[in-house]
Design a binder for this molecule. Structure first.
Ligand code: HEM
Length: 407
């Protein structure tokens, strides 16, 4: 079997599962020709999430032996300044800074706090479905998943949702900043988008300093004012991370979950017949969701790490292939089958350890309500025409048009 080992090639993007399966079997600690390492076995990825030798704090790279020393950033360049702010995000920190900031943010995302959102999420889903049912069709991406998840993220954080379309475009642009195949022009657009995002959020923070409200922006500002536990940059970075995560990942999960059910009519019929399976259906969607998630989570090796006969040198980047690990046959029988009745086994979709996804309860709740209400209210539900996705990323859906009706 020949395997396309360029993990950014179109061929790989279109069907990553065979390549990832080959890597899992033959080269589970793979050094890509872009220089980073990719782990694909469940046990290795799970252990890597919990390994303190693998850091989330990229700013430590310059101080590692053998790494080029960091040059002082140009403080006059808006993009460099924005990049510096982003490095203060708690997902890019190790303890103790990570622990200090996460504790403050966590309060807004406890299971109980998220459960309070249940009526609002249900109301919003119902309004979006009302519009779809009146029209007889619905684009699951732009008329259900996106408006739902961005509105809830906006309301919980306190970021006005009137710029949500600009944010959506800017999320896509900034994602390209971490893509080694991006063109110079795409990088420029990504740079401008990041500067714009931070300026927007900085404005909101300033407004809340003047006029406090019942939202997370205000809670973080007040924590800073009272205990000096957070700097302004840490607040901006935390809010940007939360808004980006809240506005992109769950949208993709809701969209791909509905698509997966439509592509597996027997599973859809089973879920309709046994709605109590909704929780395990969402767990399976999280596991099965397009396997091309290998680029999402990365770590910096702080010291040499020996794994399966290879040595990952200090300063190297390690990508945690959650999508590949989620289909490891050692963990799940017939992993390439979408089966909503699997006994619950924890997938790695939300990570593990200290950086475990803070939005996991919210993401699960939104996905459950969106799919649950869609099935309850739409006796007819079928794909209308082709599914459109980002030509570069098959897991980024742009349009999933469905025919819906109450009968
Ligand atoms: C289905 C949707 C989602 C998926 C698949 C997902 C996935 C993940 C993963 C894999 C991590 C671990 C990253 C790492 O270890 O470096 C993570 C962390 C995180 N997620 Fe999510 N996420 C989702 C939804 C959300 C939502 C809705 C929010 C917030 C509104 C959110 C906020 C965060 C934050 C802030 C972190 C960093 C936590 C830390 O470093 O302590 N996520 N997420």
């Amino acid at each position: 079997m020949t395997v396309p080992l360029d993990l950014h090639s179109r061929e790989f993007q279109e069907d990553p599962a065979p390549t990832l399966a080959w890597l899992r079997d033959h080269d589970p600690v793979h050094r890509s020709h872009y220089g980073y390492w990719l782990l694909t076995r469940y046990d290795d990825v799970a252990a890597a999430f919990r390994d303190p030798r693998l850091s989330s704090e990229w700013s430590k790279k310059g101080s590692l032996p053998g790494m080029p020393a960091r040059t002082a950033p140009d403080a006059t360049d808006p993009f460099t300044r924005a990049q510096q702010v982003v490095l203060h995000s708690f997902n890019m920190k190790d303890p103790p800074a990570h622990t200090r900031i996460r504790q403050l943010v966590q309060q807004a995302f406890t299971r109980a706090a998220v459960d309070e959102q249940r009526p609002r999420i249900t109301q919003l889903v119902d309004e979006l479905l009302d519009a779809g049912l009146a029209a007889g069709s619905l684009d699951v991406v732009t008329e259900l998943a996106f408006p739902l998840t961005i509105t809830i993220a906006s309301e919980m954080l306190g970021i006005p949702s009137d710029a949500r379309d600009e944010f959506r475009a800017s999320f896509e642009a900034t994602e390209r900043l971490g893509d080694p195949t991006a063109t110079t022009e795409q990088r420029m657009v990504g740079r401008e988008a990041l500067v714009w995002q931070l300026a927007f959020i900085a404005d909101v923070v300033e407004q809340r300093r003047r006029q406090p409200q019942a939202d997370l922006v205000t809670a973080l500002v007040q924590a800073e004012e009272h205990g000096e536990t957070l700097t302004n940059d840490e607040i901006l970075a935390a809010l940007l991370t939360l808004y980006t995560a809240g506005g992109t990942t769950t949208e993709r999960m809701v969209s791909s979950g509905i698509l997966l059910l439509l592509q597996h009519p027997e599973q859809l019929a089973l879920l309709r017949a046994q709605p109590e399976l909704l929780g395990s259906a969402v767990t399976e969607i999280l596991r099965f969701h397009h396997p091309n998630q290998q680029t999402s989570t990365a770590r910096l090796a702080l010291e040499p790490i020996e794994l399966r006969g290879k040595v990952i040198e200090a300063g190297h980047t390690v990508r945690l292939g959650t999508g590949a690990a989620n289909r490891d046959p050692e963990r799940w029988p017939e992993p390439d089958h979408f089966v909503i009745t699997r006994p619950e086994l924890v997938s790695l979709s939300f990570g593990q350890g200290i950086h475990y996804c803070i939005g996991a309860p919210l993401a699960r709740l939104q996905t459950q309500i969106a799919i649950g209400r869609l099935l309850e209210r739409c006796a007819t539900l079928r794909l209308a025409g082709e599914v459109r996705h980002d030509p570069r990323r098959m897991d980024r859906y742009e349009r999933i048009q469905v025919i819906v009706s109450e009968q």
